[in-house]
Design a protein around this ligand. Structure first.
Ligand code: ASP
Ligand code: MG
Length: 486
């Protein structure tokens, strides 16, 4: 008998029918394994909470009230469909209490007309608090022995509100203390995703989409055999099917590939969620709760060799290139060193960098949303150097897309860059900047945004062929046209 952590995303619990199906999946798994369930809020609920908090900050009490009423109605509709009359009162009370708490936080913000990330974290995971209780009550109605567990009791984090980092040792201690006795007595704990708490008990969240992280953390903390992420796509695809209609589901990828994929735009799993299971060597499945019979993608330490050394091609379409160059007689490493330290303090992720010493120039390829922050930081940090011409004026090129080509099996294979850039040249696209990771796990390059779709298609065709048949024949992939890469 193994131990599985199963996480259900927002769309997998987004309506009564979806909760019913997901509960079936839990029930089935619980026949053979010990199961811990982690749930997201009903789809759209966290967005609604964010909007309510913003409305409160802007002083619009009527919008806050309207949003709370909508949330109540949404939960009530699900409850009415899901529960027998006898259980309805308990479910409604739990849902109303969550929304009432949101109302309280908002009225504090309304009065003060200001808020902080900490205040937001008091409300942001209320959707999870409600959905986990509804799922636990529904599983109980089906006759399963289960218990609602507030993640604030088990996930310990630092106090970076809004995007807190977990303390794995403390979480391990607490999770074992709380969850193992339940599992030992044959019960199924149903845990709120997304939420944690500091050592002193203040509520935190793990960043948007963070319920995946909750699941992998808890999986690592209690030594699960597997973590299953139930979502609304068949798994990890070779490309975004909206761009490449013949993109196929990958049967198996490595943790390293999954990290790169989520970093470069594939939102199949939360970016930081891969680490805990990667370190513990616990396989993670991405599965489609709408198509539970589809194989899904397995993420493991070793992965599985496909027919192509390239596993996937992905793109971040809203990026920019910021270039900083020094006068030739300046030791640029010192200047760039200061800059990189500053970026770390600003918590900016650089998609990739290029540096050419002959030009004494550093190119930073950034997400569009980070660009102004970085330009501003450079101006402040190097005010004197810019003023005296030690640094040349900052170059900013917008409307850039970053394409990433990934695959562990590329390592040591000659000719991949030639094939890659040959395919792009045939589309007559000029590449703006390039970097190949020294691990040879990824090749990233920047192209004009307007060419991104074309380039992704060219690369996909080069490495996966243009026909879906060719993919299916390899046996490494399953066709998944029509699903979203999200
Ligand atoms: N409900 C949260 C969000 O929408 C967390 C999650 O779904 O994973 O970001
Ligand atoms: Mg979600």
């Amino acid at each position: 008998m193994g131990l599985i952590v199963m996480k259900f995303g927002g769309t997998s619990v987004g309506a009564a029918e979806r909760i019913r199906q997901s509960a079936e999946l839990v029930r089935e798994a619980a026949r053979e394994s010990a199961v811990v369930v982690v749930v997201s809020a009903l789809s759209g609920v966290t967005d609604a909470i964010v909007k309510a908090l913003h409305a409160a900050r802007n002083g619009s009490s009527s919008e806050v009230e309207a949003r709370c009423r909508e949330l109540d109605a949404r939960h009530e509709a699900v409850i009415a469909e899901l529960f027998a009359p006898a259980a309805r009162e308990a479910a409604s009370a739990a849902a109303r209490a969550g929304v009432a708490r949101l109302g309280e936080v908002c009225s504090g913000v309304l009065q003060l007309r200001t808020s902080t990330p900490q205040v937001h974290d008091m409300a942001l995971s209320l959707g999870e608090e409600v959905s986990a209780q509804l799922c636990a009550l529904y599983l109980a109605q089906l006759g399963l022995a289960c218990d609602y567990v507030d993640a604030a009791r088990v996930v310990v984090t630092d106090d970076r509100f809004g995007e807190a980092a977990p303390d794995l040792d403390a979480t391990r201690r607490k999770a074992r203390q709380v969850l193992l006795p339940l599992l030992d007595s044959g019960r199924v704990p149903v845990v709120t995703g997304y939420r944690g708490a500091t050592a002193t008990g203040q509520l935190t969240t793990l960043g948007r989409g963070g319920s995946d992280y909750s699941a992998t953390l808890l999986g690592a903390a209690i030594g699960a055999d597997e973590v299953w992420i139930w979502t609304d796509v068949d798994g990890v695809l070779t490309a975004d099917p909206r761009v490449c209609p013949n993109a196929a589901t990958l049967a198996e990828i490595t943790f390293g590939e999954a990290v790169e994929l989520s970093y470069y735009g594939a939102k199949v799993i939360h970016q930081r969620a891969i680490r805990p299971c990667m370190e513990a060597g616990i396989p993670v499945w991405i599965k489609n709760s709408f198509q539970p019979d589809a194989a899904g993608t397995r993420i493991t330490t070793t992965g599985q060799a496909g027919s192509s050394p390239v596993k996937a091609v992905t793109a971040v379409t809203r990026a920019s290139l910021v270039t900083l160059s020094t006068r030739w007689d300046v030791h640029f490493a010192e200047v760039f060193g200061r800059l990189l330290l500053r970026l770390a303090h600003e918590h900016v992720d650089v998609l990739f960098t290029t540096q050419s010493s002959s030009e004494n120039a550093l190119g930073l390829v950034l997400r569009e949303r980070d660009t102004d922050v970085v330009v501003h930081a450079i101006k402040r940090l190097f005010r004197t150097e810019l003023k005296h011409g030690v640094l040349n004026p900052i170059g900013v090129e917008r409307d850039v897309a970053v394409v990433a080509v990934l695959g562990q099996a590329m390592k040591g294979v000659p000719g991949i860059l030639a094939r890659l850039f040959g395919a792009i040249a045939r589309r007559n696209v000029s590449v703006i900047a390039v970097a190949q990771g020294a691990s040879e796990l990824n090749i990233c390059f920047a192209v004009p945004s307007a060419s991104a779709g074309d380039v992704v298609q060219a690369v996909h065709e080069e490495f996966f062929g243009s026909k879906q048949d060719a993919l299916v024949e390899t046996g490494a992939a399953r066709a998944a046209a029509g699903t979203l890469f999200t």
